[in-house]
Design a protein around this ligand. Structure first.
Ligand code: MRU
Length: 352
């Protein structure tokens, strides 16, 4: 299996991201409650991957309750998928895209989910190309790129968002090194991004989150590249907790801060950053690390999983169809959504 999430032999197949980097385990899921549990415990995670998983989840819901004969139970099951996590707009969007096909039957839902999967793969390639072009323009020489969380193929089916840009830079010999942050508390950067960077053969050094500001202030990185889970109409972008701190530090250091996310993450229904729902997660994610207690078990915890970065701190937003140079006065509503960029020599095939 090369895709993070796929549909094979009447079930969803996912790489279990909670088991990486130690074990490469593929989960085969053929019922909605198990899928919802996989989403909530981050066995599958990252905005575009959540969207595709949501689409396939609607197929599982239709297999459990016929959308035409038993619409109430079908819709109730679909709601549990939609509400599994609140921040990434892609989850609800993926569910809605698949749901729109429900009156045409289960195979139409599956076709819609496949189309979304293929669309996200194409989007990742385009973001990598547009983002690498931008970094080359901003930096003017090979770059050291800092990043947070995991934004690679694991978060997106294939290739990724911010990490797709890093991969493209590496493939163009324009990457000096990547500096991924560990990303407490669940260590997506430490566990998943290092695994992906190692597999692509890209030079990298892992940083603890608290080192980011100092490393930027010392001029040891040329650009910060991050993903997004939802982009509001006002240009605010939600991403993994710690991203706002990184943006503030990048601005202080005078280093470009670039958000990379597909158009599927731009949410026309969310007017402002303040309206983005921020997921609060369980306290034991903070008080224990991989099962080992590191704080008094009775410690009360505040564990927001995401934060919101305002456009004033963002140099540019790169999607699969446009580059919005906020630092030059562009806004989301002043830059038209154009065509995707494709790799010069396509090196992959997408088969159902
Ligand atoms: O809680 P997670 O691991 O799902 O958070 C993911 C992120 O914050 C990513 O940066 C985001 O989804 C954008 S990249 C695909």
């Amino acid at each position: 299996m090369t895709r993070t999430v796929d549909w094979l032999h009447d079930a969803v197949e996912l790489i279990d991201q909670t088991r990486l980097p130690q074990d490469e385990v593929v989960l085969r899921i053929d019922d909605v409650p198990t899928l919802v549990d996989a989403i909530q415990r981050l066995a599958v995670r990252g905005a575009p991957a959540l969207g595709v998983t949501g689409g396939y989840g609607v197929v599982l819901a239709a297999d459990a309750h016929d959308p035409v004969d038993d619409p109430e139970r079908f819709q109730a099951l679909v709601r549990t998928i939609r509400e599994a996590r609140p921040t990434a707009v892609n989850l609800g969007r993926g569910v809605d895209l698949a749901l729109a096909a429900a009156t045409s039957g289960r195979d139409a839902i599956l076709a819609a989910a496949h189309a979304l999967r293929d669309d996200e793969v194409e989007a990742s390639w385009s973001m990598g190309i547009l983002g690498a072009d931008l970094v080359t323009d901003l930096v003017g020489r090979p770059a050291t790129a800092m990043t947070i969380c995991n934004t690679g193929g694991l978060a997106c089916v294939e290739r990724g968002t911010a990490l797709a840009v890093i991969q493209e830079l590496h493939e163009r010999d324009q990457l000096i090194e990547a500096l991924p942050l560990e990303t407490r508390p669940l260590l997506q950067g430490g566990r998943l991004t290092t695994w992906e960077l190692a597999r692509m053969g890209a030079p990298h050094r892992l940083l603890v989150d608290a080192a980011a500001a100092s490393v930027l202030a010392r001029g040891l990185a040329d650009v910060v590249l991050v993903g997004a889970d939802r982009i509001a109409r006002d240009g605010c972008t939600a991403n993994k907790i710690g991203t706002l701190a990184l943006a503030l530090a990048a601005q202080y250091a005078g280093i470009p801060f670039v958000v990379v996310a597909p158009e599927s993450t731009v949410d026309p229904d969310t007017a402002t950053g303040a309206a983005i729902a921020i997921e609060d997660r369980a306290g034991d994610e903070v008080t224990a690390v991989r099962g080992i207690q590191i704080a008094d078990p009775a410690t009360r915890v505040l564990n927001p999983a995401f934060d919101v970065t305002p456009p004033e701190l963002i140099t540019a937003i790169v999607t699969d169809r446009r580059v919005v140079r906020i630092g030059r006065g562009d806004r989301l509503d002043t830059v038209a959504v154009g065509d995707r960029r494709a790799p010069a020599a396509p090196s992959r095939t997408v088969a159902n």
